[in-house]
Write a new protein. Structure first.
Length: 129
């Protein structure tokens, strides 16, 4: 996805890749834009998906789930938090989301620097007591 002139490369699990390959085969998509706008009659239109299309899809599904206030950016934050909770490294989450600044991810995750029990308190170079 291209956003603000940044190219985002998103790794996917094997099961996701298999699902997408099956979908692309069924949709007879073998080149060009992988995700496309399709009108109600089933006809493809436009040149790929825009941010507005993604926003529209999120709003439709949020309404079905009775989530009154859900935006695509909420999904980015949730992705970051799930990855972090699963043991993901902050730097790798930054790469995944394509954020330029690690501070953005720190805000998503609610990370704050710990001064008591800091990450560098016990790294193996402490003098013995």
């Amino acid at each position: 996805m291209i956003h603000k002139r940044h190219v985002r490369t998103v790794p996917v699990s094997d099961w996701v890749k298999q699902f997408l390959d099956e979908w692309f085969t069924a949709a007879r998509i073998c080149s060009g834009k992988l995700f496309r706008c399709v009108c109600r009659s089933g006809t493809e239109w436009g040149d790929g998906m825009t941010e507005k299309v993604v926003w529209h899809v999120v709003k439709i599904h949020a309404k079905k789930l009775e989530l009154l206030r859900l935006a695509p950016h909420d999904l980015r934050r949730s992705c970051a938090r799930f990855c972090f909770a699963a043991g993901g490294e902050l730097e790798q989450i930054q790469f995944l989301l394509g954020d330029v600044s690690v501070q953005t991810n720190e805000r998503y995750l609610g990370c704050k620097q710990r001064f008591r029990e800091a990450v560098n308190d016990r790294i193996g170079i402490e003098p013995s007591a």
